[in-house]
Design a protein around this ligand. Structure first.
Ligand SMILES: C[S@@+](CC[C@H](N)C(=O)[O-])C[C@H]1O[C@@H](n2cnc3c(N)ncnc32)[C@H](O)[C@@H]1O
Length: 325
């Protein structure tokens, strides 16, 4: 897809300017388009569209009808030009997020703010049709992964940890946050996909109306003990919907997105992950995964840690296998 941008950032969120386009978010956009391609098409709102690239990709690569919105008129002008350049004619609105989401009911709402999405979830959930999907980004990972655990606790209502488990814990705390907000409105949130990559977390959560199902959705939220520390409350249920993953597997992902996608199949094998060291030496991750599979266990990598391994083997057996390799 051809698009006009004003600022291009190769890495990280960078500074804020109109036409903001972040190359590292390609993974997030790939996942959005691939996931929506697995769903019955409906009407989607790209509520913070920037250059419009995410919504325009949805319009071009799926059968969804797309509406773009941004509060900055310089961005809506860029969106119009980008739509024309790609022979697309989406509706383009200029307005505040809250006006855009409440202008009608949506099958999909994309929320892609700079930094924290705190304060934005309820409006989106309220304006989703029953069974609608929220795609939401957070780039406020510093407050959940090390810089200020106390600030993270204040914003998201849960205690995180620093260190090797922080990326998984932060993802599960963000999920808890979104599911709790939904439950407060009588909506049950069920994750379809969770992506933790670079400086962002990206969640896709489907919401169904009903007080009883909303109560049930909260049953997966608990406090956990991680290396002797109490963390959470956080979401402890499954992060992926297998039928969605099956529907996404033939998507023409970029190389990075494909590598990330391949780990989704193993993420739900366990809470957190095993390391690749037996105390004396590090063992090649692939060798361990093959060793586990040879012994009849499911195993694979994890996007939460480069060296991490997810498997349905128990910890004692894992140690024995590691020592035998
Ligand atoms: C991170 S950028 C979006 C990037 C874009 N979705 C993409 O995939 O490249 C955030 C955008 O949200 C817009 N924005 C921020 N706050 C907003 C609000 N309250 N209402 C509408 N737009 C807003 C900004 O102008 C900016 O263009």
């Amino acid at each position: 897809m051809e698009i006009e941008t004003i600022s291009t950032f190769e890495k990280g969120p960078g500074s804020i300017s109109p036409g903001f386009y972040n190359r590292t978010m390609e993974v997030s956009r790939d996942m959005t388009v691939a996931l929506l391609g697995t769903q019955k098409p409906g009407i989607a709102l790209d509520s913070m569209a920037g250059t419009g690239i995410r919504g325009l990709r949805i319009a071009k690569e799926t059968k969804w009808e797309v509406v773009l919105n941004d509060r900055d008129s310089r961005n809506t002008e860029i969106e119009k030009r980008n739509a024309r350049m790609n022979s697309l004619e989406p509706e383009i609105m200029r307005g505040d997020y809250f006006c855009a989401v409440s202008s009608r009911k949506w099958d999909y709402i994309d929320v892609d703010p700079f930094g924290s999405p705190a304060g934005l979830v309820e409006a989106a959930v309220t304006n989703l049709k029953n069974g609608g999907i929220l795609g939401i980004t957070m780039t406020d990972t510093a407050n959940l992964e090390g810089k200020s655990i106390t600030k993270g606790e204040r914003i998201y209502g849960s205690r995180s940890v620093r260190g090797r488990y922080s990326r998984e814990i932060s993802t599960r705390i963000f999920l808890k946050y979104v599911i709790e907000r939904g439950a407060s409105l009588g909506r049950a949130g069920r994750p379809l996909l969770a992506v933790r990559e670079g400086h962002f977390i990206r969640l896709f959560v489907k919401f169904k109306k009903g007080n009883r199902v909303a109560d049930d959705a909260l049953k997966n939220i608990r406090v956990a003990e991680v290396e002797g520390e109490e963390v959470g409350p956080l979401y402890m249920g499954e992060l992926y919907d297998r039928s969605v993953l099956n529907g996404m597997k033939d998507f023409p992902f970029s190389r990075t997105s494909r590598d990330i996608f391949s780990n989704f199949w193993s993420e739900d094998l366990m809470f957190l992950f095993y390391g690749n060291s037996n105390g004396e030496k590090e063992i090649r991750k692939l060798r361990i995964i093959e060793g586990l599979k040879d012994r009849g266990y499911d195993a694979g990598g994890t996007n939460f840690n480069e060296k991490g391994i997810k498997s349905n083997v128990d910890a004692e057996e894992y140690r024995k296998i590691l020592n035998s390799l």
